[in-house]
Design a protein around this ligand. Structure first.
Ligand code: GUN
Length: 282
């Protein structure tokens, strides 16, 4: 039976340190650390994420500024809001919840977030820095996975890492982080041939596919570390991951469950990035 990586435990421990850092910032500057959260439209899943992000801020003593804009907001209106937050000294981090309504140009809106306040790590400058292995703000889910590996004392250097999924939010930054940590990295996607064979050679397998229980035991090497980024629904509508947990758990050395693995780390890393962004201005 594998070690089940407890994301909730790691997340709670990290939040204590983040709260101490936020308190320390306040004692030095006399100011709260501030995070601005922008939600455009009424997508229910996005509304839940935003609510949890605001709750996370309260828990660690970060001041949140929430902006709820109607779904039919004009491009200029959203850009002007983000542009104003970029200039606002009370705001250390800016987050624009994605996806944005289809008529908006997300790329142009995100480009109004300065590199130093880009706590999601989505802007081109931060992705460029990550690519160059320079210190920068890194996308929360992949950065949270690196923290889980580190905190579980799982070595990465020299290991074969396979990332299934090539999204800008998870797959690509994940692959870059593993590469920067000296893994030998393969990125797979929907057009990859021999996916099962490639996955079954991985020492570290990261599944960010979006298909319930796609990764079965055949995809997993004996003793591998399996990281499940999926948030899917099984045939009974129950929350599950991209990995068939029951089939894989006896074959791997470590596995993240869904729920309770990678998920709890994502918002914690947003809080971590916000405190880091603020400290860099000290
Ligand atoms: N939508 C889904 N995941 C994320 C995320 O990590 N950040 C933002 N801003 N939007 C998202």
């Amino acid at each position: 039976m594998a070690v089940i990586i407890d994301g909730k435990k790691h997340s709670a421990e990290m939040r204590k340190t983040i709260a101490d850092r936020a308190a320390n910032y306040k004692s030095i500057t006399g100011k709260d650390i501030g995070l601005a959260v922008v939600l455009v439209g009424d997508d229910p899943a996005s509304a839940v994420y935003v609510r949890n992000k605001i709750k996370g801020c309260e828990e660690v003593g970060i001041k949140s500024f929430a902006y709820y804009l109607p779904a039919d907001s004009a491009q200029e209106q959203v850009e002007n809001l983000v542009g104003g937050l970029a200039e606002d000294d009370a705001v250390n981090g800016i987050l624009v919840q994605l996806p944005l309504p289809g008529h908006l140009d997300a790329k142009k809106i995100l480009s109004r977030i300065p590199k130093s306040k880009d706590v999601d790590g989505f802007c081109e400058e931060n992705i460029g820095s990550l690519c160059m292995n320079e210190d920068c703000l890194v996308a929360c889910t992949p950065n949270g996975i690196m923290k889980l590996l580190e905190r579980e004392n799982i070595p990465v250097k020299g290991k074969n890492a396979v990332v299934v999924g090539r999204s800008n939010i998870v797959g690509k930054p994940m692959a870059l982080l593993l590469l920067n940590a000296d893994a030998t990295v393969t990125i797979c996607h929907s057009k990859t041939r021999n996916l099962k064979e490639i996955c079954s050679r991985a020492d570290i397998l990261v599944a960010a596919i979006g298909k319930a229980k796609f990764i079965t035991a055949d995809y997993v090497k004996q003793g591998a570390v399996v990281i499940d980024v999926g948030m899917d629904r099984d045939e009974n509508g129950k929350l599950c991951g991209d990995v068939d947990f029951e089939a894989v758990k006896d074959k791997c050395s470590h596995i993240t469950p869904v729920p309770g693995g990678v998920g709890p780390m994502t918002i914690t890393m947003l809080l971590y990035n916000t405190v880091t962004a603020a400290e860099r201005c000290l």
